[in-house]
Ligand binder design. Structure first.
Ligand code: 7RM
Length: 654
């Protein structure tokens, strides 16, 4: 970043106060929060120690709260021992054994309900099967499954025996799978013949075969769940069906008690270089944030049915599917398939059929479903919904308002949750029943999370609405412990500035006059146009506010006079404009942005496509767009794109 601080131009003035009805029943009250914040200020480690005692069942209680002797590899509750699976399952059996833990709905429409008692038996039996295949404490296990209940069973089974799972999203290619298995030196891969997505099988087993053919020397065995039944090759001696692996295994398995710092999982995530980072999480610290955020931010209660639409291949599917809701004893829904199968009402039909009361999804899904019009959700009974959430990127106010009015029927608070793979759980998010909401803002840091926006010297930015680096100023229990096998990359990526004092999130943000956080985008997504620093998100937000625009991504390209020129990639409602229509639309959009933000934000170049290139988690591939904007040759792997044709459209070749 240059010396100039980032300018923020986006203005949002609407405020939504919590209703009296919500306040009266919320899990967390304003008085609790005031006390907690005071406690965190006076006795930071004591604050976390109290929470860890209250929310986690320990086999051996801890006596040390924070050990910073190996900073920046901070250790929490390190002489305590626990088991995460015990905390998610066993501790509920006495009073909630028959309660539904998971309602599973497959894309073809098959439904299965699993009680806490049944889930414990399934997890224990599969844990015994893993042990029988030679998996033990500390071994790495790759999980490459569709979004089925067995994914949670596999993760919990690893946790039960102290094995370290690394879930690889089912949409990743064989190549990506191979890289991750090799970096983690995984002993075993758990997969399925296939998963159902978009009306056809996802070829998971085939991809595993290709990865192993290409060379994964550490992998000894492959366990294969039968899901699609579409016929796959099984290699004698290496591959074993899930149902054969559990056959004859006991449904009881004593949990392996592990140290609080024992790695619970690795999860690979992209950084600014091509090589994915194996983000390593702890057991206790991670579990604690999963518990308190599901309770405080999502307000989960015994009577709720919670649905987080994220795949277990992402951190959101770890904290808000596989661990957090179970640790709280909540009933949750898991859906296997695409949101548009058989039609664009599928999500809303699922909410109606299973009486979902808390719904958590990503802005990209909201915008995609918004395109189909209000009649689709309006034809379902969404009256059970009482709280909504979003995650993954800033939500533009237009999508926020639609989510609020049409899906939430104006009565559901929207929790815009800012966090990262690295933070393990929510960091900056509203508290329902307490926080007044501003569309597009993730509001305030949670109790105990000391977030701030600073300049490059690490000084707090005093001016409201002036952008800078988003940092967390004190270590917190759920933060990543390291990058697997790469301690130096960990230190360089997250603690490069401010004498290693603050955790650098890699996002730019500003705080407004009311103390609300607004995320502007990744640090490397910040544009500098004629000395004005602009968040890409602000230009995008202006573009998507235009009635014809569905989605927009903005990147910079070098410009002789201005430093950087703005290039916008756009998808429109209806057909992709071409020829004269495109030219007219470009002029209209330039004028529109000039009006919404100011002439400096007018895109120099606008390209239309049927879709934007995205990672499977729905994040726009900005590096690819930057290469296209500069007219460079594409060297990146585009094989994981849903629609590779859009790259040619954006290059102007099609
Ligand atoms: C949970 C997750 C992390 C990055 C993060 C931000 C962006 C996530 C929000 C958001 C604005 C939000 N983990 N991000 N949530 N930006 N508002 N509520 O997404 O590791 O995959 O991504 O995502 O840039 O640094 S992640």
């Amino acid at each position: 970043m240059s010396n100039n601080n980032i300018q923020s131009i986006l203005q949002e003035t609407r405020i939504f106060e919590p209703s009296d009805e919500f306040i009266a029943q919320a899990n967390i009250k304003a008085t609790d929060v005031a006390l907690m914040k005071q406690k965190a200020e006076e006795d930071y480690t004591g604050f976390w120690g109290d929470l860890a005692k209250e929310h986690i069942d320990w086999q051996t209680p801890f006596t040390t709260i924070l050990d910073d002797s190996k900073a920046p590899h901070y250790q929490w509750f390190s002489d305590g021992r626990l088991n995460v699976s015990y905390n998610c399952l066993d501790r509920h059996i006495a009073d909630k054994g028959d309660k539904t833990a998971i309602i599973f709905e497959g894309e073809p429409g098959d439904i299965r309900k699993i009680s806490y008692k049944e889930l414990l038996a399934d997890v224990s039996q599969f844990a015994n099967a893993l042990k029988a295949q030679g998996v033990g404490k500390g071994d790495r296990v790759i999980i490459y499954l569709p979004m089925v209940a067995e994914g949670v069973v596999a993760m919990q089974a690893c946790a039960r025996i102290g094995a370290i799972h690394s879930v690889v999203f089912g949409g990743f290619s064989a190549e990506a799978l191979k890289d991750r298995a090799n970096d983690a030196e995984a002993k075993i891969i758990i997969t399925a013949d296939g998963g159902n997505r978009g009306g056809k099988p996802v070829e998971l087993k085939k991809a595993v075969d290709a990865a192993l053919d290409a060379g994964c020397p550490s992998v000894e065995k492959v366990i294969v769940l039968q899901r699609t039944n579409h016929g796959v090759d099984m290699q004698e001696g290496r591959d074993i069906w899930w149902h054969d692996a559990i056959n004859g295994q006991s449904t009881e398995c004593e949990p392996e008690w592990v140290d609080a710092e024992h790695p619970l999982f690795l999860l690979y995530t992209s950084g600014s270089t091509g090589k994915p980072k194996g983000i390593q999480h702890s057991s206790a610290g991670y579990l604690l944030q999963a518990i308190i955020t599901n309770k405080w931010v999502f307000d989960q209660k015994a009577s709720d049915t919670f649905w987080c639409t994220a795949d277990i291949g992402w951190i959101t599917g770890h904290t808000y599917v596989a661990y957090g809701p179970l640790a709280l004893g909540t009933t949750q829904l898991i859906y296997e398939g695409a949101p548009t199968v058989p039609d664009s009402g599928r999500f809303w039909k699922i909410c109606q059929d299973h009486q979902v009361s808390i719904f958590y999804t990503a802005p990209t899904a909201i915008r995609a479903l918004m395109r189909f019009g209000d009649d689709v959700p309006n034809s379902y009974d969404l009256s059970k919904l009482r709280l909504l959430g979003t995650v993954g990127e800033p939500i533009n106010p237009e999508a926020w308002m639609w989510y609020h009015n049409v899906i939430g029927q104006e009565k559901c608070p929207i929790m815009d949750t800012w966090w990262q793979t690295e933070t393990g759980g929510h960091m900056i998010a509203p508290l329902p029943g307490i926080t007044a909401l501003k569309p597009g803002s993730c509001t305030h840091a949670l109790p105990g999370i000391i977030a701030d926006v600073v300049d490059k010297e690490g000084n707090s930015i005093e001016n409201a609405n002036e952008g800078g680096f988003l940092v967390i100023k004190k270590p917190f229990p759920s933060m990543l412990r390291t990058i697997w096998n790469d301690d130096s990359r960990y230190a360089e990526t997250y603690w490069p500035m401010f004498d290693g004092k603050y955790y650098l999130a890699g996002d730019s943000a500003y705080i407004d006059e009311d103390g609300y956080f607004w995320i502007m985008g990744r640090i490397d997504d910040v544009l500098n146009v004629s000395g004005h620093r602009l968040g890409t998100m602000e230009v995008e937000s202006a573009l998507v506010a235009h009635p014809s625009v569905t989605e927009a991504a903005v990147v910079g390209k070098p410009h002789e006079v201005k430093g950087e020129a703005i290039v916008a990639f756009i998808t429109c409602k209806g057909d992709r404009p071409t020829g004269d229509k495109a030219d007219k639309m470009i002029e209209e959009l330039r004028a529109w942005v000039a009006k919404e933000i100011g002439p400096i934000a007018k895109p120099d170049d606008i390209r239309f496509a049927d879709g934007l290139p995205k990672t499977r988690s729905g994040k726009i591939m900005r590096r690819l767009l930057r290469a296209i904007a500069k007219g460079e040759e594409i060297t990146q792997d585009t094989s994981t794109l849903e629609n590779e044709a859009v790259v040619e459209q954006l290059q102007g070749k099609a």
